[in-house]
Design a protein around this ligand. Structure first.
Ligand SMILES: Nc1nc2c([nH]c(=O)n2[C@H]2C[C@H](O)[C@@H](COP(=O)(O)OP(=O)(O)OP(=O)(O)O)O2)c(=O)[nH]1
Length: 131
């Protein structure tokens, strides 16, 4: 089975809503983040991806490592994502940039018609209590 190593950001606003993003040409909302480049440290990948996708600049001090989470990949049927997940305190307002077509703030537990990546479903469940 293919393993896709990614970093993923849990960004929660003052109302306890989770930020998710949808890439151009896809239907599924997922965590901001992306693949870790060869020889790139996960935290550096996180800082780079949040700048590229959301236009927010964070320092390492704004990211708290939550651990590694595993879930079926959203787009590749036989693949698994192994995600280094960080809780990110975002001082700037995120916007959809580059390959991101849309962002949305999700209330965990609320009825929502959007489709989410399995990793996002897992994280929504996991952090519902702490939101
Ligand atoms: N960022 C992110 N990626 C996820 C999640 N769940 C999930 O299956 N993935 C998958 C989708 C992609 O295959 C991969 C993320 O890598 P990426 O953002 O660089 O996506 P990409 O394929 O557009 O990048 P690239 O190959 O064009 O460089 O991980 C998630 O919650 N967040």
């Amino acid at each position: 089975m293919d393993i896709i190593r990614v970093v993923a950001a849990v960004i929660i606003d003052a109302q306890g809503r989770f930020l998710v993003a949808r890439k151009r040409g896809t239907a599924v909302f997922m965590q901001a983040g992306g693949k870790v480049e060869p020889d790139e440290a996960p935290l550096d990948a996180l800082v780079r991806e949040l700048d590229e996708e959301l236009g927010v600049q964070i320092g390492p001090e704004h990211a708290q490592r939550l651990g590694v989470f595993e879930a079926p990949a959203a787009h590749e049927p036989a693949a698994t994502v192994l995600a280094e997940v960080y809780r990110v305190a975002c001082a700037q307002e995120p916007h959809a940039h580059a390959e991101i077509e849309e962002i949305a703030w999700i209330t965990p537990g609320a009825d929502d018609q959007r489709a989410f990546a399995p990793l996002t479903e897992l994280l929504l469940d996991q952090f519902r209590a702490s939101a």
